[in-house]
Write a protein that binds this ligand. Structure first.
Ligand SMILES: [Zn+2]
Ligand SMILES: [Zn+2]
Length: 338
């Protein structure tokens, strides 16, 4: 595919889409019903449908019987870890293998013209972004993802949370499933904005931001505090009357869904004329500029409301620069007073 039909490439070889990021159409005024209707399939397919499918597979084939879940044990916890780790290895690993190792589409649609493997850096373990990010994912974040999973399954099994059966409560559970990506967005925005507070940034979140040019393994490369808070989004289903299947779906939106922001390509070419939209641009801009786009795609546009939204346009760039300049002036004034 010709990526220059969809965007521009600068002298450094970085590609940017020409279309600006858009909020879901129900936030536009006046609301256009045809646009909202056209957005719905895009919302469901393919990413949210994929996360729901894996949640169903886990619930029916991976998660042990309720009788087993009632008692904490290393046996079923390690089993869940093994399956989660294997699934991430295959899912993230296949994007890594085809797009970053074999480089099947070169740098077409790639935001940053360089590949992390070609840029060794001292900030990473073994000077390698790939090895560093890989080890952090499998030995820190995926164990914490599994810990969250074990805890909520144990709580459901012991009826410490409200477990609604599908037969009688399906309308509410369907609604809850439809808004789960919005729960993810609000939770992620809040914890993410929190760990950008300078002291927490330095201690916790800088680990994730070492990857200025993110690749799939960067997705779950986190400090343990972030790794736990990020996956703890599933605990909302212990507070809201829900069902363990939806808690798993919520967890998969976080765990598997983390890759979306870190694919590094705007489109993954599947065949000659077919490509998969990655939805990675908003979060790519976060990795590039740090203090914009704390949430996701703007399903709940908290970034817009708080003035952090960068949609990729020159106007957004100017707004961001003005905000950074003001912040610098504020900090300088404070330093002078001290
Ligand atoms: Zn990130
Ligand atoms: Zn961040």
């Amino acid at each position: 595919m010709d990526d220059l039909k969809f965007g521009i490439r600068n002298k450094r070889g970085d590609w940017a889409p020409s279309a600006s990021l858009e909020l879901p159409p129900f936030w536009a005024r006046p609301v256009s019903l045809p646009k909202v209707l056209a957005w719905v399939p895009e919302y469901l397919w393919p990413w949210n449908a994929f996360h729901l499918t894996t949640a169903l597979l886990w619930w029916f084939f991976v998660v042990p019987d309720v009788a087993v879940l009632k008692t904490l044990s290393w046996g079923w916890a390690l089993w869940l870890y093994a399956v989660n780790a294997a699934a991430i290895f295959v899912f993230y690993g296949s994007v890594e293998l085809f797009w970053y190792v074999k480089r099947k589409q070169g740098t077409r649609f790639k935001y940053n013209g360089k590949f992390p493997a070609d840029q060794p850096s001292d900030v990473f373990w073994f000077k390698s972004q790939n090895i560093d990010n890989f080890l952090r994912s499998f030995f820190i974040s995926i164990p914490l993802w599994t810990l969250v999973e074990v805890l909520f399954l144990w709580a459901f099994a012991n009826t410490w949370a409200t477990w609604l059966p599908w037969e009688s409560y399906w309308p509410w559970l369907v609604v809850l499933g439809l808004i789960s990506p919005a729960i993810h967005e609000v939770h992620f925005f809040c914890i993410h904005r929190l760990i950008h507070v300078p002291i927490l940034y330095k201690w916790v979140h800088s680990v994730h931001h070492n990857s200025v040019n993110p690749s799939p393994w960067s997705s779950l490369s986190m400090h343990p505090v972030e790794g736990f808070l990020y996956h703890a989004v599933a605990f909302w289903h212990l507070l809201i009357p829900s069902n363990p299947l939806l808690a798993i779906y919520q967890l998969h939106l976080a765990g598997f869904g983390a890759v979306n922001g870190h694919i590094g390509f705007d489109k993954l070419e599947l065949t000659e004329g077919q490509a998969l939209d990655s939805h990675a641009y908003a979060h790519y801009l976060h990795h590039k500029y740090f203090e914009v786009n704390y949430g996701g795609d703007g399903l709940i546009p908290l970034d817009k409301w708080f003035g952090y939204w960068h949609d990729g346009t020159k106007e957004a760039e100017a707004r961001m620069d003005a905000r950074f300049k003001k912040k610098k002036e504020r900090l300088n004034a404070k330093a002078n007073r001290a």
